[in-house]
Design a protein around this ligand. Structure first.
Ligand code: HDD
Length: 727
């Protein structure tokens, strides 16, 4: 490895970021292996027979001397490493990050200076509670961890898709995770918070209330990893070249908009396709539909943070965008799938303490605890202190120090000098690092205070931001939150725990608590009972706003429908005249259109041609799609109308508030299901998100426009009768 030109004052000359995007790819390629042409042992010995062990005769026992068999089995026996204690299930991709303009005003971080510089990144998304093999669409927080391979070292922004956290102090993290993970006596339930121990803990820790609101909201069941926001959560510091500091909160805003699933749908997908999010990310990147996020920053001048009213060191608080706007500063694009899941996605090691000059911590006690945890966990997970040498973790800039040896050391350090200062190193000149203005500089935050084990009183308010979140939601989102609390608490066996949760919720909003409690077989919520319990503090800060639109997912519908998936239900006799131009319009708008039929192969069209079939009704149910289109043609529709699977397909899409479009005779199918009422297409009472088309070539543009608009709106929550459709 080339040594950096270290002079006095640490890292001297280092490459300035220009187009670094390929650096990581090249570096990874240097460690990659292609498919074998001959088979060898790990020592390079060619193996002529990979099917048979060495035996004492054709029917005799296997011989201990079979070193080839032993090497193969031994390696296999050790193929697994411990999964992450949290965030075990994840999916990742490579990409690039670029700032829109220099951020030198705020930070000296090299990768945030030059809009032409492309910094390679590796991003891993994850669920928190489930094991490595658990389902993707469970109700959970999602991890959003970004590793920037900058010319000044790796910078990791290890965030989540929610801007706040359950607890305020790292001291409570192991308790939180023990409580949410499967219960220790029987290891159930998998990847779910809907059980006694989680809600027992949560109900005894009112500081969890704000995050509970997020976790029970639709944010916890994203439609796609590509359609969720990300947050650095903690307050960090940016330091500019003059040493001036600003506090900062980081945001990732998805270019595809913010979208969720419906809870019933999410649960079904978990069974039908446990890899739903992983597959979606993989396929989008393979198809060249590179997901993008914009980086946003809320910047607060040091000294001004006091005026916010709450403590920016408290990770259960966010800064409403109405109080400090989010400045959009750059773009992240994911454009390459990993070559090998284990080598990259599994072995990547993030750490909030992987910093670059110009970015620093705050004193958030949750963040401070994380600074210890991540290296420690990597040592246990990746088997030693040299995990920075694993290709996916390796910095693209030169790195050098006198940390040596240890398990699985890759680097062959040359020479005698493994200490500093020295004169026996390269060139014989004295090598000494003793300060200077290069490299990472500690922000000299003044600090003098007696030691203290406790919480700052400025962390005492647990409800005002939970209430802000609740009041900011749309009517549909509020309903979903109530339903989520009810679902989770109905799985809690101990009535006293259910009671404590709703008593706490009464401090957020009386109506919310009452609605949640109604079907739970417990007493009406009692805010006073909550206030009387140990650990409860009824402290409120006054927020200058009562609602924040950025906290709701409901937004004005976007115009585009890129990568939205549309199922087209067809059977023999399908009428193509109006269908073909409609499908073309959908594809032109960026949608992914798939034909779904009773069987694979082809269906015969009304004119006797062949239409290829992508999926069967059974293997790609409506929950795999964003919208459903029932094609026309009397025979095709008659076949579908007679099939339970097809009828269920349409009803289920309707129940999940998805756009449903029917052409020609397909309209009758919808009428029969009560989704559209009326005698003819013109006189139909059309429900929100239901589009009816004549099925002719002439009417195709109009139908396409209406259907595209309906898909862009994603879900149609104001649809009547959806709840009445059997699940
Ligand atoms: Fe953590 C992993 C995010 C608090 C201890 N955490 C982990 C990952 C993400 C987060 C995204 C997965 C990284 C990957 O993909 O490999 N964690 C957060 C956020 C937190 C947070 C946003 C609060 C704001 N975490 C937190 C605390 C502690 C930890 C308070 C311990 C004191 N987290 C860990 C860990 C993990 C981890 C045990 C498990 C695997 C790993 O680190 O690499 O160290």
């Amino acid at each position: 490895m080339p040594l950096p030109k270290n002079g006095r004052g640490g890292n001297g000359a280092r490459g300035k970021a220009t187009d670094g995007a390929l650096d990581k790819e090249k570096q990874m390629a240097a460690s990659s292996a292609d498919a074998a042409t001959v088979l060898t042992t790990n020592q390079g010995l060619q193996i002529p027979d990979n099917h048979n062990s060495l035996k004492a005769g054709p029917r005799g026992p296997t011989l201990l001397e079979d070193f080839i068999l032993r090497e193969k089995i031994t390696h296999f026996d050790h193929e697994r490493i411990p999964e992450r204690v949290v965030h075990a299930r994840g999916s990742a991709a490579h990409g690039v990050f670029q700032v829109y303009k220099s951020l030198s005003r705020y930070t000296r971080a090299d990768f945030l200076q030059n809009p032409d510089a492309r910094t390679p990144v590796f991003v891993r998304f994850s669920t928190v509670a489930g094991a490595r093999g658990s389902a993707d669409t469970v109700r959970d927080v999602r991890g959003f961890a970004v590793k920037f391979y900058t010319q000044e070292g790796n910078y990791d922004l290890v965030g989540n898709n929610m801007p706040v956290f359950f607890v305020q102090d790292a001291m409570k993290f192991p308790d939180l995770i023990h409580a949410v993970k499967p219960e220790p006596h029987h290891e159930m339930p998998q990847a779910a918070s809907a059980h006694d121990s989680f809600w027992d803990f949560a109900s005894l820790m009112p500081e969890t209330t704000h995050m509970l609101m997020w976790a029970m909201s639709d944010r916890a069941i994203p439609r796609s990893l590509r359609m969720m926001e990300g947050f650095g959560v903690h307050t960090f510091r940016l330091i500019n070249a003059r040493g001036e500091a600003h506090f900062v909160k980081f945001h990732w805003k998805p270019k595809l908009g913010l979208h969720s699933l419906v809870w019933d749908e999410a649960q079904k997908i978990a069974g039908k396709d446990a890899d739903f999010h992983r597959r979606d990310l993989w396929e989008a990147i393979e198809a060249g539909n590179f997901p993008e996020w914009e980086l946003g920053m809320q910047v607060i001048e040091e000294g001004k943070e006091q005026s916010l009213g709450f403590d920016i060191l408290d990770a259960t608080k966010l800064i409403p965008e109405e109080m400090v706007p989010v400045e959009i500063v750059g773009k992240l694009t994911l454009n390459r799938n990993p070559d090998n899941f284990f080598a990259e996605t599994e072995q990547v090691a993030f750490h909030p303490g992987h910093l670059v000059p110009g970015i620093d911590f705050s004193n958030d006690p949750l963040l401070q605890g994380r600074l210890f945890s991540y290296t420690d966990t990597q040592i246990s997970r990746l088997g030693g202190a040299n995990f920075h040498e694993i290709p996916i973790n390796k910095a693209v800039c030169p790195f050098h120090n006198f940390q040596r040896d240890g398990m699985h050391r890759q680097t062959v350090d040359r020479g005698r000098a493994n200490y500093e200062p020295n004169t026996l190193g390269a060139g014989g000149a004295e090598f000494r690092v003793d300060g200077g203005s290069n490299g990472f500089q500690v922000h000299p935050e003044p600090m003098e205070s007696p030691k203290f084990r406790g919480r700052s009183p400025s962390f005492d308010d647990h409800f005002s931001q939970a209430a802000l979140f609740w009041h900011s939601q749309s009517a549909a989102e509020k309903e979903h939150i109530v339903a989520a609390f009810r679902f989770e608490l109905s799985k809690v066996d101990t009535p006293a725990i259910r009671q404590r949760v709703v008593d706490n919720l009464a401090h957020v909003d009386a109506m919310l608590a009452k609605k949640v409690a109604a079907p739970l077989g417990i007493d009406a919520p009692d805010a006073r009972a909550a206030a009387g319990r140990a650990g409860f503090r009824d402290v409120r800060i006054q927020l200058p706003i009562e609602e924040s639109s950025a906290l709701a997912m409901a937004r004005p519908p976007g115009k585009g429908i890129p990568t939205r998936k549309v199922a087209v239900l067809v059977a023999d006799g399908v009428e193509m005249l109006g269908l073909r131009p409609l499908l073309q319009s959908l594809k032109d708008a960026g949608a992914i259109v798939k034909t779904v039929a009773p069987q694979l192969g082809q269906v015969a069209t009304a004119t006797g041609r062949q239409l290829p079939v992508d999926f069967t009704l059974a293997n790609a149910p409506s929950i795999m799609f964003d919208a459903v289109l029932v094609a026309g043609g009397p025979d095709s529709v008659a076949t579908l109308a007679g099939m339970g699977d097809a009828v269920h397909y349409v009803l289920e899409a309707y129940k999940h508030f998805k756009p449903v479009c029917a052409l020609g005779d397909g309209v009758r199918l919808l009428q029969g299901l009560g989704i559209a009422a009326g005698a003819d297409a013109k006189a139909l009472a059309v429900h929100p998100g239901v589009v009816l088309g004549a099925g002719s070539a002439d009417s195709a543009p109009e139908t396409a426009q209406a259907f595209i608009q309906a898909i862009a709106a994603h879900r149609h929550w104001d649809r009547p009768g959806a709840a009445a459709v059997p699940a």
